[in-house]
Write a protein that binds this ligand. Structure first.
Ligand SMILES: [Fe+2]
Length: 224
């Protein structure tokens, strides 16, 4: 599988749209060597396969984050950083065994500890590959924080979490709910929206969650 993915990356990523395309990326991004980006996208593809998501999770999260970020009037440079972080948010799972990621039952203490590490490993991987964009590393680091401070790894709360990370949490959470997971089938749209409503102001930024719900209900949220 890894060899196939490498070949796909080397031949233009198998025809997939690159995760860093778009008009919102700033001049710093233009200075990042493309080989670094292809390398990190290859790692990302491996994570997506081993994590048991349907392929395309990262692309959908990126698309949802873009639509929500624009609806919240995020300025262009911050939106660009958000889109990159959304595409690569789980890259730290490269350091987590697939049997832990896909475990059907509850995780034990050791397994949680390994999962807990992936935002930090993701940050370090990003900083080691694309040091020009430290804001992206910070968003990746914060993508499992929660509005109520019950997240990880830093237990930040409220607006101490960057707005980019709060948008990413909603986009990632919604796509996770709408995807088949090893321990449950995908939720319907109605059930996922109900979960978002119930988790607004606990897990999610309430404003970001509310705007996202309105986008879905208004049929304005279509992943590319
Ligand atoms: Fe994650």
């Amino acid at each position: 599988m890894i060899m196939l993915l490498m070949l796909a990356a080397l031949s233009g990523n198998g025809g997939k749209r690159s995760l860093w395309s778009g008009d919102h990326l700033g001049p710093e991004f233009d200075r990042v060597p493309p080989s670094r980006l292809w390398s990190i996208q290859l790692l990302n593809d491996v994570v997506e396969h081993k994590d048991g998501y349907t392929v395309g999770h990262c692309q959908r999260v990126r698309d949802y984050a873009q639509i929500l970020g624009e609806a919240l009037d995020l300025e262009t440079e911050r939106l660009g950083n958000l889109l990159i972080a959304a595409a690569f948010h789980d890259i730290g799972k490269i350091g987590v065994l697939g049997k832990i990621l896909n475990k059907r039952g509850p995780l034990d203490h050791y397994e949680w500890h390994i999962i807990y590490m992936h935002p930090m490993l993701g940050r370090e991987l990003w900083e080691g590959s694309v040091s020009r964009l430290p804001q992206v590393a910070q968003i990746i680091h914060q993508h499992h924080e929660r509005w109520d401070g019950q997240g990880y790894p830093q237990e930040l709360s409220g607006t101490d979490i960057s707005i980019e990370a709060r948008i990413l949490q909603v986009a990632d959470g919604y796509d996770a709910m709408r995807s088949d997971r090893p321990y449950r089938p995908a939720l319907t749209e109605a059930k996922a929206l109900q979960e978002l409503r119930e988790c607004a102001a606990s897990q999610f930024d309430p404003e970001a969650a509310q705007v996202f719900i309105e986008l879905v209900e208004g049929k304005k949220l279509q992943a590319a």
